[in-house]
Ligand binder design. Structure first.
Ligand SMILES: *Cc1c(COP(=O)(O)O)cnc(C)c1O
Ligand SMILES: [Zn+2]
Length: 500
């Protein structure tokens, strides 16, 4: 739709101009820093940073209803820079000129309602939001669109040139980083560090295909992260892990899209997300807070973070009900099918602690909960979801298991509606499905297949069939008809088909 065809009072708001005053704010000493330089941690005290808009209050001059109309009408524009996460430009990256925005098709992922069978299992109505339908097949594209748009902005401003973008990854960060960096071509090279044999073949293929330098390192993600941190302290590289606060900003789009998908009515809604490095839950909390403060939503949804028993430091932290007595301890992770969340020392923990407190205060009662599930539950729930029309990954299964657990514990009631984050596409993690179907999970995973969920292909090649076709050697005439007849007879027998 063209600008002049929109309602008059919306027209001037539809195409955003750069505005706001983004600064890095330290969560430890509260020091603030300008954004002309890439910063990851506070130069003074070493804590993680969040990006803060010091002119945020200007957004409150537009009322909630007008904002809702701006975002809903803006969806009808055909401007690529506003098609993805920057639909919410004023909240995602207000200083960003649209010329700096990189859009590769991320965001606005489907929100798919579960069928009655699954809802009966969960005990409430729920949806999957399929973030596996992003360009690199995980939610990480939201953060990378933001981080790489910012890098492009710095390049265009002449602040930097010849960037080496680097990250450690449980698989999906590197896939997204390599994809977005490759779009910037000559100006930005990318390098990714992966824990050897701890990412799936699909996830390894992705950064290789995008042309990144890929390094496999012994150990687990937490070890790779230490190396990347050492590199970013001692060399001139741009860190793309979720320490990078621009990633968090981009991932807030997930909350904004949920709000929009439910006509901005967040009453009795529950958002369920897996927790690994805790960047995603940080962003989800922060996003809802911003929409709440500007009156775009008038209730804060419940947020449930889910962890596997095998990588549960955040769950353990919140087990202590008394905030004064809580103490964060990293854990040594064990193998997990929710492999992208297999992290024992989440970088964003200080952000989570800070934001959870603020969220609960603003909501008027506890609204953020962290639960844990077993590896068995994750696999069973993923496969069950996928047998009912979803493309959920293991982490989507983790959310489903988390919802069932939260209903049992009474954290969620039957009249509430949940949105589960399927953070990646099922295909990225099909190796775990193979292990389940072939019953060969290494013992350390603690997964025993439920025979009712196992599915394996059947080779139909009757012994009496002498001639079978091969590539380049098709059958003809009598031998072809015999082949078709025998095979279809065999399949009909296996399926117990009745003759017409
Ligand atoms: C990164 C990732 C997670 C964990 O998100 P955090 O922001 O690290 O907590 C979960 N699922 C998938 C598929 C991921 O790629
Ligand atoms: Zn500081």
């Amino acid at each position: 739709m063209k600008i002049q065809d929109f309602p008059k009072h919306i027209q001037s708001h539809l195409i955003p101009e750069p505005s706001g005053e983004l600064i890095y704010r330290c969560l430890g000493c509260k020091e603030e820093y300008g954004i002309a330089k890439l910063l990851y941690t506070c130069p003074k005290c070493g804590q993680v940073l969040l990006l803060h808009d010091s002119a945020f209050d200007r957004l409150k001059q537009i009322d909630g209803k007008t904002w809702r109309q701006i975002f809903d009408y803006r969806k009808m524009l055909n401007i690529p820079a506003l098609k993805g996460i920057y639909l919410f430009h004023e909240f995602i990256g207000p200083v960003m000129p649209l010329e700096s925005v990189i859009y590769l098709g991320e965001g606005h992922t489907p929100v798919v309602e579960s069928n009655t069978r699954l809802q009966a299992l969960a005990g409430c109505k729920f949806y999957f939001k399929n973030d596996g339908q992003n360009p690199s097949a995980s939610f990480k594209d939201r953060g990378m669109a933001s981080a790489l748009s910012y890098i492009q902005y710095l390049i265009q401003q002449g602040h930097v040139s010849d960037i080496l973008a680097i990250c450690a990854s449980t698989g999906d960060t590197s896939a997204a980083a390599a994809l977005y960096a490759s779009y910037l071509g000559e100006n930005v090279k990318s390098a990714v560090l992966l824990p050897h044999k701890k990412v799936t073949p699909q996830q390894l293929a992705q950064p290789l295909g995008s042309g990144a330098a890929v390094f496999e390192v012994p150990g687990v993600f937490d070890d790779c992260m230490k190396i990347v941190e050492a590199l970013s302290e001692n060399y001139n590289v741009a860190l793309l892990n979720s320490k990078n606060a621009w990633r968090i900003l981009g991932q807030e789009s997930y909350s904004y899209e949920i709000a929009q998908a439910f006509e901005y009515d967040m009453k009795d809604k529950v958002v369920v997300v897996p927790i690994g490095n805790a960047g995603n839950i940080t962003a989800v909390i922060s996003g809802f807070l911003k929409f709440y403060e500007t009156g775009i939503i008038s209730a804060l949804p419940k947020i449930i973070g889910v962890q596997s028993e095998h990588a549960n430091p955040v769950y353990k932290y919140y087990l202590e009900p008394d905030a004064e007595k809580r103490h964060f301890e990293p854990v040594a992770v064990r193998p997990s099918v929710a492999q992208a969340a297999m992290i024992g020392n989440p970088v964003s923990m200080p952000r989570v602690i800070h934001l959870v407190e603020e969220y609960n205060k603003k909501a008027g009662s506890q609204h953020v909960f962290v639960t844990e599930v077993t590896e068995q539950e994750i696999m069973d729930c993923q496969l069950t979801a996928n047998r009912n029309g979803h493309v959920a990954c293991t982490h989507g299964g983790e959310c489903f298991a988390g919802l069932i657990g939260a209903r049992k514990k009474g954290l969620v009631s039957s009249h509430e509606t949940a949105v589960l984050d399927s953070t990646a596409h099922a295909l990225k993690f099909s190796g775990f499905q193979d292990m389940y179907f072939e019953n060969n999970f290494p013992e350390s995973y603690e997964v025993t297949p439920d025979p009712a969920l196992i599915n394996t292909p059947a080779l139909v090649s009757p012994a009496d069939l002498k001639n079978v076709p091969e590539p380049g050697k098709p059958l003809h005439g009598e031998s072809l008809s015999h082949f078709v007849h025998r095979i279809s007879e065999e399949i009909a027998k296996l399926l117990d088909l009745q003759k017409v």
